[in-house]
Design a protein around this ligand. Structure first.
Ligand code: SF4
Ligand code: SF4
Length: 385
């Protein structure tokens, strides 16, 4: 049976974090089950872009610092790695992200090593799904003796939610990410790409920063929500299943995680997951706002009709020229080449609705708009808004 630890943690105080994480790991068999002195341990963080820790868009720097101190005290060498999304002037922003987040300074202070996945080389693997011939994954994922995934608890405007399972997408270096968005344009196909990454690498532990989560239009344009939780598990899908239950959302409503379950990444049946730590059942996060595009599946409505309604209601990205700073991050990151460089108009005939533009804009200038007023009426009829 998969086990997920849910711990209360009210702040990013380093000593508090260390104590809560250590207590949780004890319930999973203790650190000695996972690491030993001399090992190179990679912390695969969520560093989606050049964001500060209080933005709630990235794994908080203090959270990474607490893990770094714990592992150093256990005699391990600590690597901190990720690749940010998007590009400006053809260059991925990962170097800037490590500086802006404070992770670069923290790593220097604590004696950890930054692994910028855009600069560390790649290993070619054959994706199990056959979605493409070769998949290129950042080499540190294979060079480390042990990998710990440190996702952030966030909503996602396209995928509903992003957590432990999706966080491994950052193992694809720099601009290659856009290629995978293009070959896997729908959430379930994108789930196949994520599952391929999980199958190719070996991640032994998942520790989620859910202290300040992101609600609303995540993963970058939402607002912070104080959830005060840390989730820990060896099973990434079980961890995400529990996190979703905290939001009152079933895995069935998140196509990427449905695919993850079908591909055997872990347990997605809540009744087959043991919850331990400060709770024996998922604690509900009251008042947490889900993304606008999220439409709960209703058991009493015919599913074919539902699919049509959902397609009709889908909100699309639109660029607000009053907020736009013309940095062209969205233009260069759009896998479909759908955004006009000069006018910032989106060609919806080309758009594959991956929401990368919304996800990557640093200025929250890409808004999600429903196209039809009638959509709101239908949503109200089905009580889905
Ligand atoms: S919408 Fe955002 S990402 Fe695109 S050009 Fe404007 S500021 Fe840059
Ligand atoms: S316009 Fe935005 S949502 Fe559409 S394909 Fe381009 S990046 Fe994706």
């Amino acid at each position: 049976m998969s086990k997920v630890i849910v711990a209360d943690c009210g702040s990013y105080d380093i000593q508090l974090l260390k104590s809560k994480i250590n207590s949780g790991i004890e319930l999973l068999g203790g650190w000695e089950r996972f690491v030993s002195p001399g090992m190179k341990v990679l912390l695969k963080i969520n560093l989606i872009g050049p964001k500060t820790p209080d933005s709630a868009a990235i794994t908080h720097t203090a959270f990474v610092q607490a893990l770094t101190q714990i592992l150093k005290e256990l005699g391990c060498t600590v690597w901190i790695g990720d690749s940010s999304g998007g590009a400006i002037g053809g260059i991925s922003p990962t170097t800037r992200s490590f500086a802006v987040s404070g992770l670069e300074d923290m790593a220097k202070k604590e004696g950890a090593i930054i692994k910028n996945f855009d600069k560390e080389g790649v290993a070619a693997v054959q994706p199990e799904s056959g979605c493409t011939d070769k998949m290129y994954i950042a080499r540190p994922m294979f060079e480390a003796d042990f990998v710990i995934n440190l996702p952030k608890f966030k909503t996602h405007s396209a995928a509903v939610y992003t957590g432990a399972v999706k966080n491994l997408f950052g193992c694809i270096p720099g601009l290659r990410k856009a290629e995978y968005h293009k070959i896997a344009a729908t959430p379930d196909k994108f789930g196949e790409v994520i599952a391929d990454i999980h199958k190719a690498v070996d991640v032994g532990l998942h520790i989620m920063d859910g202290i300040t989560a992101m609600q609303g239009e995540g993963p970058t344009a939402g607002e912070p929500y104080h959830a005060g939780k840390i989730l820990m598990s060896t099973d990434p899908l079980a961890l995400d299943t529990v996190a979703l239950a905290m939001l009152g959302v079933k895995v069935d409503n998140v196509p990427m995680l449905v695919t993850a379950g079908e591909r055997g990444l872990g347990e997605s049946r809540l009744d087959k997951i043991e919850i331990a730590g400060d709770y024996v059942a998922p604690p509900r996060l009251q008042g947490f706002r889900l993304p606008k595009r999220y439409v709960r599946k209703r058991e009493n409505v015919n599913s074919a009709i539902m699919v049509k309604i959902i397609n009709f209601l889908k909100s699309r990205p639109r660029i607000n020229l009053r907020s736009c700073k013309h940095c062209n991050m969205c233009v260069e990151s759009c896998p479909a080449g759908a955004i006009n460089r000069d006018t910032k108009k989106i060609d919806y005939g080309k758009c594959i609705e991956c929401m990368c533009c919304h996800e990557l804009c640093q200025y929250k200038a890409v808004e999600l708009k429903r196209d039809y007023r009638l959509a709101d009426i239908i949503l109200r009829i089905f009580n889905m808004s």
